[in-house]
Design a binder for this molecule. Structure first.
Ligand code: CA
Length: 242
């Protein structure tokens, strides 16, 4: 697949170090949001994207390869954390171009509360499900979506890489849609910028690098309370002629 891609990241307006990492290759695109503080979070997120990035040079990728890379990354981060970096971990979410049932497909994967969205036919759709206490309370019906936005449970991650147990990544296999673009982001974007505004930037900014820059800038201008990372990937198939 010949996707066009743009990426941007910023420490934000409050924090002193950027613990997010990202990777963009030919067929693998990843965002990771590290946790554990300085010299831990950025190490964990960098390890996650580097393990997943090795998949980029492999021609015949499937969902199982992605799961294996996440397990390997989890174990490496957990072992690195043993040397006194308690609480070191990272989210990992992304998009991989694979051949599935003989034709090109995307695999979307997620561990944690970073997100992948698809923007197609003017609509922004969240493809991943957050692994946070707030999201689980919404799923269980004990919290509304609106309440979840401002809940302290939003920041309690229920799955991450670097944990003692092997990770249970979510994976979705998606057939390509003409004209689609994907947005990968850390919660530093979605905590500051509403979905409507994200959709309007994606609709009005054809260049993916410019779209990523604009979204990161909007998040920092809106408060920038967290590190913010955005990757925009345009699918290889142009939109249908009007
Ligand atoms: Ca974050």
């Amino acid at each position: 697949m010949n996707a066009r891609v743009g990426a941007a990241t910023d420490v934000g307006a409050v924090r002193t170090s950027n613990e997010d990492s990202h990777f963009t290759g030919e067929r693998v695109f990843v965002v990771a949001d590290g946790m554990g503080g300085h010299a831990a979070g950025e190490v964990a997120s960098a390890m996650a994207v580097s393990h997943l990035g090795t998949l980029d040079s492999r021609p015949d990728l499937g969902p199982e390869d992605i799961r294996q890379a996440l397990i390997t990354a989890n174990d490496a981060i957990r072992d690195a954390a043993v040397g006194g970096r308690a609480g070191m971990g990272t989210t990992a979410t992304g998009l991989v171009s694979v051949t599935f049932a003989g034709s090109p497909h995307w695999v979307v994967f997620n561990v944690g509360d970073s997100r992948v969205y698809r923007f197609a036919e003017g609509a922004l759709t969240m493809l991943t499900a957050d692994h946070s206490e707030a999201a689980e309370m919404v799923a269980a019906g004990t919290l509304t979506e609106d309440q979840a936005r401002n809940s302290p449970f939003r920041n309690v991650i229920t799955r991450a890489l670097g944990a003692y147990r092997a990770p249970e990544p979510d994976q979705w296999v998606c057939p390509p849609i003409p004209g689609e673009r994907f947005l990968l982001c850390s919660d530093g974007l979605t905590g500051e910028v509403e979905d409507d505004e994200i959709a309007s930037v994606l609709a009005s900014t054809p260049n993916p690098a410019e779209a990523a820059d604009t979204l990161v800038r909007r998040a920092v201008q809106a408060g920038g309370r967290d590190n913010v990372t955005v990757v925009v990937v345009d699918g290889p198939t142009p939109p249908p002629a009007p």
